[in-house]
Design a protein around this ligand. Sequence first.
Ligand code: IPE
Ligand code: IPE
Ligand code: MG
Length: 240
Amino acid sequence: MGNIPQHVAIIMDGNGRWATKRGLKRSIGHKKGADNLEKLCDHIFNLGIKYLSVYAFSTENFKRDTEEVNYLMNLFVNMFTKKKKIFVKNKIKVVFSASYDNLRDDVIESMKDLSESTKDFQDHIFNICLNYGSRLEIVDMTKKIAQLCLDGKLELSSINEELITHNLYQDLPDVDFVIRTSGEERISNFMLWQSSYAEYYFPETLFPDFNNEEFDKALIVYQKRKRRFGGYDEDSTSKN
Ligand code: IPE
Ligand code: IPE
Ligand code: MG
C-alpha cells in the first residue's frame, strides 16, 4: 500500500463556493462539508493513518456574518452531540486544538463532553482545530511556559523544541501531509509549528466533493514525494 503518513492535516476549504455555484446558501455547503468529513474520517483511519487534524473554524473566521458563524457553531454542537456514539463505537479519540475565548458555552460544553467520552481510546486520534489560529496557539504556549518560569517550575535552559511541542494545545507528532482543498495555495494560520517539514498538496476540488477516492489520489501524490528533512534522500546511494 506504500508509505502511510502518521499524521495528515486537512484545511477543509471551499464549502461556500460549493453552495454558491449551485445557487444555494453557504450554510448548505457547510452541511455538505460536515457530511463529507464523516465519511472521510472513517476512510482515513481505516487506511491506518493514526492522526488526523482538520481545520474546522479559524480565529479569523469570526470576521464572517453572525448568521454564518451561528450556523457553524450550531452545526458543531449538533455534530459533537449526535455523532458521539459513532466516535465511541469506532474507538476514535477526539481532541480539540482550540482557544475557548469567544466560544459559546454550549459549544465548549459539547467539545468537552466529546473529548471526555473518548479520552481512553488510543488507536485513532482526531484533532479538531476550532477557533484555532497557529499564531494564537504560539502566544498561548509562550504564556504557559513563561508562567512556569516565573513560578520557579522551569529553568530557562530547559526550553527546547520538544518542550514547545508539549505545551501547544495538543501534544501531537509533527504533521506529515497537509491537504488544502479548493485550489487556494495558502496556509491561513494553520499548524505552522507542527507542519515545518510537512508535504503540501492543493487539489482544486471543493471540500464537499473531496471524497474517499480524492483522498486516495492525494495519498499517491504524498507517496511519490521524497522527504529529506535537510539531509539526503532516504534511498540515496551517493552521499560522498
Ligand atoms: C471552509 O469553507 C469552511 C470554513 C472556513 C468554516 P469556506 O466557508 O471558507 O468556503 P469558501 O472558501 O468561501 O468557498
Ligand atoms: C481557512 O479557510 C479556515 C478553514 C478552512 C476553517 P478560510 O476560507 O477561512 O481562509 P482564507 O480566508 O481564504 O485564507
Ligand atoms: Mg474559504
